[in-house]
Design a protein around this ligand. Structure first.
Ligand code: HEM
Length: 101
């Protein structure tokens, strides 16, 4: 349960940080000089860079703590590729699903 809470916080954080990156990136793209919405271009660039670095690190942590599910998805894709009888939309068999935490 605790692990699930950590995952939820991390996923939300990733989404929030990405929203900031999309917002600041758009401002950087359209505001070519001087102040952009009262913020200096340099501040925007600096924060865009540091948040991007944090986002990249957290994406790696996110992949690491969800590696079991990620690997299952790849195994599922590989199995579908081998079997001519597999229909699209088939889900991972319950026996192979990651146990609930
Ligand atoms: C919709 C999303 C995004 C938009 C529109 C966007 C846009 C931009 C723009 C326009 C620049 C150039 C800034 C300049 O002129 O100096 C830039 C730089 C950069 N972006 Fe993004 N960006 C986005 C998302 C991201 C993401 C997700 C990452 C990484 C996780 C990222 C990492 C960077 C880095 C490292 C730079 C260089 C910063 C620097 O010049 O110091 N960006 N971005």
């Amino acid at each position: 349960m605790k692990r699930l809470s950590i995952k939820a916080v991390l996923s939300t954080l990733l989404l929030l940080l990405f929203s900031y990156l999309a917002f600041s990136g758009t401002l950087l793209y359209f505001g070519k000089t001087g102040l952009v919405m009262g913020i200096t271009r340099n501040t925007l660039r600096e924060t865009h860079f540091w948040v991007a670095l944090l986002e990249t690190l957290l994406i790696l942590v996110h992949l690491l703590i969800n590696r079991r599910l990620f690997l299952q998805e790849w195994k599922h894709l590989a199995a579908r590729g081998r079997s001519p009888n597999t229909r699209s939309g088939d889900s991972i068999p319950a026996s192979q699903e990651a146990p609930h935490e």
